[in-house]
Design a binder for this molecule. Sequence first.
Ligand code: TYD
Length: 142
Amino acid sequence: MKLSEQIKILDFVERGDERGNLVVIEGEYQDIPFDIKRVFYIYGSDATIVRGQHANRRTKFVLINVAGQSKVKVDNGFETQIISLDKPRMGLYLDTMVWKDMYDFSPDSILLVLCSEHYDGTEYIRDYDAYIKEVRKEHTNE
Ligand code: TYD
């Protein structure tokens, strides 16, 4: 599968006025291509830290830097792409089985993550070599 079909940049509507900005994310598939079951956020990481470094068998994600900036390197075993998350109105959708590294966090970075599933550590693939073997095998069987 093409990486461009497994990731998507989402552009949320910003309802700003003279009082400031407001971004709305409606659930039930209105603004997010899945039903949101879990939310977490990452802050206090810095430019020396690399987070993520895993793929998920079942969970789809939307990543939003609601403050500050970070970068995400996505990899499907065949192609990679680096996306800069630098606007609170920008989301990055990641399908299942996409390997992701989050890094280059600005000191003020707050990375909000919306998830399609509840947390289950057993659906994570944390060994890159095992990940590569699995996605390349899947590809051969297509
Ligand atoms: P981890 O997956 O390493 O975070 P990241 O993807 O940002 O690198 O998670 C760090 C710890 O938090 C790990 O012990 C698992 C736990 N955790 C939960 O209990 N629930 C969650 O929803 C998440 C994302 C992590």
